[in-house]
Design a protein around this ligand. Structure first.
Ligand SMILES: Cc1cc2nc3c(=O)[nH]c(=O)nc-3n(C[C@H](O)[C@H](O)[C@H](O)COP(=O)(O)OP(=O)(O)OC[C@H]3O[C@@H](n4cnc5c(N)ncnc54)[C@H](O)[C@@H]3O)c2cc1C
Length: 398
């Protein structure tokens, strides 16, 4: 469960796994239902990013889209670094921003979705590599020139160990959507994820509450899935997942869910290969991740999943928010405190619950209790109906 929920692989960082075990100890006793998982009402872009962009624009912040930053040039004096120039590409043209020491620069040194590529129903996604990973490229340039910038290669050097593949299924077919939700036995938006534990690709699906996108048609349904071992041959499709078209991946999924073939129509599935999706889990030394504001930095900081924050865990939105808060508060000289990382492993209640779960099996989660109650209710109704029918029979045949 830990592997499929959090995407850990056996070769990933033991230190990060230890941090996860501590950070998510409160989930251990209910890991089989994931009822502790909080969800945004719609997809994360529409629920978080779009409102933030609107809020920033309302404050007259200029946001430039379609720009690809190529480099940040630093001025080094007495061991102190000042960002003095940003070069970026827009519409195939290189542009330059000249900075003064009072300008602040927040650098994205690595993104887990960098160099992602999408395929189609009829075509597999074509895997990309480090040369296409723009955020890691900037970090590589900075680390090759200056101290205290970390070591990006620890995270990017072995793509086969950081790659997995996701897919998005769009249907105009309520019967097919219902077949998936029935198989999953959870209402859309309530079940976090469901993993096919015997799947060679270690496939999971997530059926979100519908509509999942702003503007999604009433008669359209969307679900999402992923395979943590896409370099393996499928159980039903004799190919590696990364070589498969959207159609082939969907066929494999339907076989795992025992979907009747006649239900498969008005559906499309788009595969997406993400070469660096678990790069932040790769084994690391402490100095491999820079501080959000390196000690030698005058006017710049790093905001990403690849900075050093005590006790916090990567692959979470919270980590990036905390990285940004740390960098912004420090560089702006704000007296605000960055929220502490919750230590559930220091909480006796959760420790006892986890111990009980590990050795006794636990007393059942809220969802399980609700299901049990529902089952009991149905049994009681059936019993009453049976007794009623029996009495009626006796009266009639008296
Ligand atoms: C499939 C998936 C499921 C996830 N599920 C969860 C979850 O359930 N809970 C959770 O907490 N977290 C989850 N995460 C993780 C979470 O989404 C990330 O940790 C978070 O989005 C990272 O935020 P970020 O701002 O650091 O980087 P990103 O969101 O990666 O944003 C970086 C941005 O910088 C841009 N950029 C990069 N390089 C350049 C460049 N050179 N020039 C210009 N722009 C550049 C990118 O285009 C991108 O827009 C999930 C992530 C994925 C991919």
């Amino acid at each position: 469960m830990w592997a499929t929920t959090f995407a850990f692989q056996p070769w990933h960082s033991a230190l990060e796994l230890k941090r996860y075990n501590s950070r998510f100890l409160h989930e251990f006793s209910r890991i089989q239902t994931l009822e502790g998982v909080e969800r945004t009402p719609m997809n994360q872009y529409d629920s978080i990013i779009a409102p933030i962009i609107e809020w920033l624009k309302a404050k007259n912040v200029q946001v430039s889209f379609g720009c690809c930053v190529d480099d940040v040039i630093m001025d080094e004096q007495s061991g102190r670094l000042t960002a003095k120039q940003i070069s970026y590409k827009k519409n195939d043209k290189m542009e330059i921003v000249t900075l003064s020491p009072s300008d602040l620069v927040f650098i994205q040194n690595g993104s887990m979705t960098d160099a992602s590529s999408v395929g189609s129903w009829k075509k597999p996604a074509i895997q990309k590599g480090i040369e296409d990973a723009k955020s890691f490229k900037i970090w590589e340039k900075l680390a090759s020139r200056h101290e205290q910038m970390g070591n990006p290669k620890s995270f990017t050097k072995n793509i086969t160990e950081s790659l997995w593949q996701s897919f998005t299924v769009t249907m105009k077919n309520p019967a097919l959507f219902k077949a998936f939700t029935d198989y999953q036995m959870n209402e859309p938006g309530t079940g976090a994820l469901m993993t096919f534990k015997d799947s060679n690709w270690l496939m999971s699906i997530v059926i979100a509450y519908q509509p999942h996108f702003v503007g999604q048609d009433k008669d359209t349904q969307v679900m999402w899935g992923y395979g943590l071992c896409p370099n393996k041959i499928g159980n039903y499709v004799n190919k590696r997942m990364i070589d498969c078209t959207g159609e082939e991946i969907f066929y494999e999924l339907c076989q795992h869910c025992r979907i009747a073939p006649e239900l498969v129509h008005d559906v499309i599935n788009i595969p997406c290969i993400m070469p660096f999706i678990t790069a932040q889990f790769m084994p690391r030394l402490q100095q491999d991740r820079p501080l959000p504001v390196p000690k030698n930095a005058v006017n710049f900081g790093f905001i990403s999943q690849f900075v050093e924050i005590p006790n916090d865990v990567v692959f979470t939105v919270e980590f990036s928010v905390r990285a940004a808060q740390t960098a912004v508060y420090k560089l702006c000289g704000l007296k605000k405190k960055v929220p502490k990382v919750n230590r559930h492993d220091h909480n006796v209640y959760w420790l006892v619950k986890a111990l009980k779960k590990a050795f006794v099996g636990g007393s059942g989660t809220k969802i399980e209790k609700q299901r049990k109650q529902k089952k009991c209710g149905i049994c009681k109704l059936a019993l009453l109906a049976g007794v009623g029918a029996g009495i009626a029979y006796l009266i009639q045949n008296k």
